[in-house]
Design a protein around this ligand. Structure first.
Ligand code: SF4
Length: 341
C-alpha cells in the first residue's frame, strides 16, 4: 500500500499523537494510524502523505470540464489525481478512485515525478494543470511540488475541490493556486452530515475566504439531487448567501445528477428543477449562472450581466463563439469578471 513516504505539510505533534490541519476534520492521529482520508499516516510521530507518488489519473481536459467558464476559456488543462478523499459522498462520481483507500484499504497509482508532469502538460499544449477527479487537498504535497514548477514554466494551477480544506491549507496554496472550483453541495448541515459525512460551515468559510481574501479565481458548483437539496427555499438561501458573501460575479454552476455509487435508487435531476435553480440564481442577483451536464442548453452560454448580449456561446465543453473584448462586453463596455479572456 505504501510507496515512497513524503512528509506531510500542515501538522503538529499533540500529546503523543499528531494533529493534521490540512482539512476541517482536523484528525488527531495515533502512531501507526491514518486520518479519515486514509492517505495521511502517523509513523513514529511524523505525519506522512501516502499518495505522493501514486498518480492514478492523467488526462488532457478542456478547462470547461472542471467546470471553469471564466478562466482561460477554450484552453486545455492537464488534469491529474491521486487516490483518496476526505469526504464520503454517497453520490460520488469518481468513487472508484476517491474512496479506494478507505473502502478497499489500498492506494493504487504510478510514480510520476513533478518534473515529468509539468513537461507532459507543456508537451500537450495545456494552459494549466488541474488537480482534480479526487480531492486535491489530500494530495497537497504532490500538488504543491507540481504547481511551483508549473508556475515557473508559465502554467496556471487549478483545484477542483469540495472546499473542506482549512484556512491554513488555502493560505499554504495561495502563492501558486490560480483558480478553484468549489462544490457547495447543499445549503443544509443535515445534507452534509447524512450524505457526505462532513459539515456545511467549513465549506462556506472556504468560499468566503477565497473570494474575499485571496487573488484565487473561484467558481462554485452545486449538484442538484432530487428530493435532497433542490427545495426552492434552500436554493434561494444558497444563492443569496453567494451574492452577499462571495459576490455576484462568482459563477454558479448548477449541475445535473445521475444515479451512482450509493444513490442508485434516485432519479436523474429533471430539467425543470435545473431551470428553476437557474432562475433562482439570477433572481438573487448572481451575474453568471450555468447549467451543467445538460448539453445543448442555452444556459451554458455567458451573457453580459448588464445588457444581456451573448458573450460566449458554448456547446458542452466547446466554445462556439467568443465576443469578450479586453475583458469587457463589446456593446455596453461592462466588465466581464474572470481571467484570461
Ligand atoms: S486531510 Fe483531513 S481527513 Fe485526512 S488526515 Fe488530514 S484532517 Fe484527517
Amino acid at each position: 500500500m505504501q510507496g515512497h513516504l513524503k512528509e506531510a505539510v500542515l501538522w503538529k505533534a499533540e500529546g503523543g499523537r499528531v494533529r493534521c490541519s490540512l482539512c476541517s476534520h482536523r484528525c488527531l492521529i495515533a502512531d501507526g494510524h491514518t486520518g479519515r482520508c486514509g492517505v495521511r499516516k502517523n509513523v513514529g510521530g511524523t505525519l506522512y502523505s501516502l499518495n505522493y507518488d501514486k498518480v492514478c489519473a492523467a488526462h488532457v481536459d478542456p478547462i470547461e470540464k472542471k467546470p471553469l467558464f471564466h478562466f482561460y476559456p477554450g484552453s486545455r488543462s492537464f488534469s491529474i489525481a491521486a487516490e483518496g478523499c476526505n469526504l464520503r459522498c454517497d453520490f460520488c462520481q469518481n468513487w472508484q478512485i476517491s474512496q479506494a483507500p478507505v473502502d478497499a484499504g489500498r492506494i493504487d497509482g504510478e510514480a510520476a515525478d513533478p518534473v515529468q508532469i509539468v513537461e507532459a502538460a507543456l508537451r500537450s499544449r495545456c494552459r494549466s494543470i488541474s488537480y482534480t477527479y479526487t480531492e486535491p487537498t489530500i494530495f497537497m504535497e504532490l500538488a504543491a511540488d507540481c504547481a511551483r514548477l508549473a508556475k515557473d514554466k508559465g502554467l496556471a494551477n487549478v483545484f477542483v475541490s469540495n472546499g473542506y480544506q482549512t484556512p491554513e491549507a488555502i493560505d499554504f496554496a495561495a502563492d501558486w493556486l490560480d483558480a478553484i472550483n468549489v462544490d457547495l453541495k447543499a445549503f443544509t448541515d443535515d445534507y452534509y452530515r447524512r450524505l457526505c459525512k462532513a459539515r456545511l460551515q467549513p465549506v462556506l468559510d472556504t468560499i468566503r475566504h477565497i473570494a474575499r481574501d485571496t487573488r484565487i479565481w473561484i467558481e462554485v458548483t452545486t449538484l442538484l439531487v432530487p428530493g435532497q437539496n433542490d427545495g426552492e427555499d434552500e436554493l434561494k438561501a444558497l444563492a443569496d448567501w453567494l451574492v452577499q458573501e462571495a459576490g455576484p460575479h462568482v459563477p454558479w454552476h448548477v449541475s445535473r445528477f445521475y444515479p451512482q455509487y450509493r444513490l442508485t435508487e434516485a432519479v436523474p435531476t429533471p430539467l425543470a428543477s435545473l431551470q428553476r435553480a437557474f432562475q433562482i440564481g439570477k433572481a438573487a442577483g448572481l451575474h453568471y449562472v450555468y447549467l451543467g451536464n445538460v448539453p445543448g442548453a442555452s444556459e451554458e452560454n455567458t451573457l453580459c450581466h448588464q445588457c444581456g448580449r451573448l458573450l460566449i456561446e458554448r456547446s458542452g465543453y466547446t466554445i462556439v463563439s467568443h465576443h469578450v473584448k479586453d475583458s469587457c462586453c463589446p456593446d455596453c463596455g461592462a466588465r466581464v469578471q474572470g481571467v484570461g479572456w
